[in-house]
Ligand binder design. Sequence first.
Ligand SMILES: Cc1cc2nc3c(=O)[nH]c(=O)nc-3n(C[C@H](O)[C@H](O)[C@H](O)COP(=O)(O)OP(=O)(O)OC[C@H]3O[C@@H](n4cnc5c(N)ncnc54)[C@H](O)[C@@H]3O)c2cc1C
Length: 407
Amino acid sequence: MDFKFSAELDEVRRRTRQFLDANWPKDRRAYAMNDMIARDLPGLERNSANVTPEEVREFYRKLGDAGILGIGFPEAYGGSGGGHLARYVVQSELCAAGAPYPNVGLTMVAPIFMTVGSPDFLAKNLPPLMAGEVEYCVGYTEPSAGTDLASLVTRAERDGNHFLINGQKIFSSTAHYADYYFLAARTDPSAPKHKGISLFLLDMKHPGIMVMPLVANSGVRTNIVFLDNVRVPASCLLGNENEGWKYLTEALAFERYASMASTPLVVGYNALALDPGLAEMPENSAALARLRAEVRASDLLSLNAAWTAEDGRPPIVEAAAAKVAVSETRLALGRAALEMLGPNSLLTEFNEQAPAGGQFDLMYRHSVINLFTAGANDVQRDTIATAGQHLPRSRKSSAKPTDQGQR
Ligand SMILES: Cc1cc2nc3c(=O)[nH]c(=O)nc-3n(C[C@H](O)[C@H](O)[C@H](O)COP(=O)(O)OP(=O)(O)OC[C@H]3O[C@@H](n4cnc5c(N)ncnc54)[C@H](O)[C@@H]3O)c2cc1C
């Protein structure tokens, strides 16, 4: 089996690294083990990379100008060509350098645009995204609809050529600085729960949208969003009315593997294994060897999901396997690091005495979140078993795995 990257993919990697050398200072690379640049945290003036929201936007524009954000998207819509693997390479390189990536827009929203957007819609909405000029947030989750996403109750009621939207979303990350809100809402309450959902694209400045902060245990800010009589033109509907669930299930598979590319397992592993003080202690050898194997396996499973997508197949099972492997290896890596580094490892990134810049504590706290975001691991295991291995379902149901109303 040949695991080598093609010459084209090597060129994408070289180009991305060259861009990073010129535009992302080395002193920010300590940030590499965290995958979210915390911006605008209440009461917190800086993050560990000392990057302001304006600097992140500016960095995205430079990435856009250099044609790097557009890698993996068609040239007709402002992209730079190339496929899923090329995009995966870009994302992994940015992440390994501790640089931000507009993950929500490019891995969660753009794939749905590509599936359902008309040529006019794509011509209007993709180029600004490829240019790094706009950011998106996603409003799927609600207080009583997380894993069981199809239970969402936010209502979009048709009113002639408009929709009137009312409801509450939770965990809408990046909503406090995004330009657009990609929203799932119920358009037909009388239909079975996964048949009455539609997707909308809203301008965040629209009257009636209110954003409140919610800080996760890792210190990353996410948001609660209230939608109070938000009246939008019917042109904000994306794809066919009531067919949102169909679009979402496929897009979630892309999100699942792509978001895992933002998890720099190799960087974290090297920080442990290349530290002579840690690596030379015999009691650490077994743990490091086991982690080495898990990091490599996770990497290959992620690449397999990207390759499946490149091959034109929705990577439902492959993405589920990659997501479980990467998130659980990340947790194991964080836990092992805390054990090896001892009590000092609990010092945060804001304490100068913290080993490895406090990144392992951050990694550990954030890795717990990865176990359920982008689809809870328990549900992913179900998908691997039923859709991948054709094992019988654990509960009596005739529904197919992607029809269950679960992420
Ligand atoms: C930091 C952060 C950022 C986020 N960003 C976004 C965002 O930008 N947009 C967005 O829409 N959402 C976002 N989310 C929401 C995230 O996708 C949900 O938290 C996730 O879908 C789980 O939903 P829940 O929190 O309601 O947990 P629940 O659905 O209550 O699940 C809790 C646990 O119960 C178990 N479980 C639940 N159902 C099953 C089942 N059927 N089988 C087996 N076990 C099960 C699993 O162990 C699961 O982890 C974010 C969340 C966090 C924490």
